[in-house]
Design a protein around this ligand. Sequence first.
Ligand SMILES: Nc1ncnc2c1ncn2[C@@H]1O[C@H](COP(=O)(O)OP(=O)(O)O)[C@@H](O)[C@H]1O
Ligand SMILES: [Mg+2]
Length: 250
Amino acid sequence: MDEFLVAKNLRKDFGNVEAVKSISFHVNSGEIYGFLGPNGAGKTTTLRMVTGVLKPTEGKVNIHGMDVFENSIDVKSIIGVVPDEPKLYDNLTGHEFLEFVGSVFSMKRDELNRRVLELSEAFDVDFFNKFIGDYSHGMKQKLMLISVLMRKPKVLFMDEPTVGLDAKSAKILKLLLRKYVNEGAAVFMTTHILEIAEKMCDRIGIINEGELIAEGNLKELRNYSGKESLEDIFLKLTGGDEVKEIVDKL
Ligand SMILES: Nc1ncnc2c1ncn2[C@@H]1O[C@H](COP(=O)(O)OP(=O)(O)O)[C@@H](O)[C@H]1O
Ligand SMILES: [Mg+2]
């Protein structure tokens, strides 16, 4: 199996906050890897490090055989990143933004048009003539998703991709990602929602307080913790047994 993403001993300190504490993992071609953890666990920080946006305090990241920080231009040409809060140009229309991205990545015009049309239909988008400044969070997210998916990058990174998507779009995204990995791509996504990890991902890494505390497919995670549902596993591993107590007391 091809390891498309290898992260070794990644650590990030923000002042005296240890946001990520020496995490190692890999993602293979053909696989959707889910990074699951509660708010503040270190998911976004890890995603920013593995995509070359944030310099780790320590550790190495390799994508498709290239060091992310030493070969950042080459790496950027084969990855696609959908951040949790897309930063977009308010005074461009959606179409203008997609054309801009297409030209940066040297996409052929007819291919760009074809892919945008297919993806717009899939995600029910009819607002690309409007200015991005007037988009809701969900609309921006769809634009960002389409701008990444249209390029068919080898490695796709998504930070909480289903937040802000309606149920139908989330389902389409799930099917599309499966199709892309079947064609050989690799996906790294973060989520704080158990059900999403359970339904979309082949392997799951559970991150809590900056540490990767368990990793595997659902079956392996179940064996690991000796519990049945992923919810029980997740709550047990992240100390969420307290959650039940709190709710019981309310
Ligand atoms: N730029 C930053 N400066 C200082 N602290 C940060 C910064 N980014 C994240 N953190 C802290 O790092 C920890 C992990 O944050 P984050 O990776 O965003 O978590 P998650 O995405 O899992 O919710 C949190 O305690 C957060 O407050
Ligand atoms: Mg986050």
